[in-house]
Design a binder for this molecule. Sequence first.
Ligand code: ADP
Length: 376
Amino acid sequence: MRLGIVGGGQLAQMMIQAAISLGIEVEVLASPSDTPAPRYVARSTIANAFDASNLQQFIDHCDFVTFDHEVIKADILRSLDGYQEKVFPTPHTLELSSRKATCRRLMVEIGLPTPKFEIATNNKELADAIETIGLPAIVKSSFGGYDGRGVFEVLNEDDLIQLKSTLPSEFEVVVEEFIDVDKELSIIVVREKSGELYSYPLLETLQEQQMCSEVYYPVQVAATVEARAKEIAEAAAQAVENVGVLAVEMFLSKDGNIIVNELAPRPHNSGHLTIEAMVTSQFENHIRAVCSLPIGSVEPLFESATMANLIGVDGELDQEIGRREVLKFDRVHLHLYGKLNRNRRKIGHITVVGDGSKNTTEIARQARDCFFVATS
Ligand code: ADP
């Protein structure tokens, strides 16, 4: 069996690691700037994945094809011969889940809670939307944003002027109310082609500068909150009909409501700790679903786990020193992505599993600190 992955970042790297154990051959279609996945497969094509003929050649060569990002336009995929049998998530799922405006409208349609929002495609609509939503507001570009790139907090008139000066001449943004967040939550749902669902346990994420920095299991919330989050995540997965993994990011507001933030139809940063902390990782289960193989257990193996991202900071991070020091820790799992250190770039992550008596978060932070060298 041969699986094609479009995109060559760390999500592809970790899918490749899972595919190797399953005896599935992987090919990667990557752009010239993509690291690290192309290094790890026998055959990788470095070409523009937005070009239909490149994609056609790629899918012709593979039994199934998936993605490590969601930026390929649905229309391009629909123009390919054989995409219905081979390409997962489908163009339909990508369309519904990846475009923030479409996703917000879908959540309203199926009765799932979202922040109050308006959609704007020009400066007049933007001003009107801000007027309707009120300040503070969050403005997000509808397509292609990640790690907070494309998310703007608008607290006052000056922020709005500044935002307008950065927007391109053609845009689509979602303007939404600012939620007073108690916790940010995530559930990874695996959906088979038959529609059968498997939900991993609830996870909590910590964001710093709108970028995920840590993930925790278990989450200290009432059982009713966990049950409601699972219900919402599964309803979202059925609505977008994904095949493979869908990450459902939610806010638990200070007044106790669960609100859907966004959907990602692929393995997700919040699910990295499933590699060591759950019976089957999100990467393996994504591949299993895409390749029509039975899904593995999503049960936890440990009482607690923490994942800490290694996020680049110019000139202050040493991967050689960090690796040497971290490997002295017990129950600490290191994943480096083979990327050069660059400001705000995810270059790796650390997962610590525990039996509940040890504070996995404290250990993960100590381990992460090994990578940061004093510059003074
Ligand atoms: P991205 O696609 O770049 O990850 P998100 O929509 O997930 O963008 O936003 C990034 C982060 O910004 C969120 O994790 C959250 O911390 C913050 N954020 C986004 N929307 C809101 C909101 N409506 N209210 C409060 N905080 C928000």
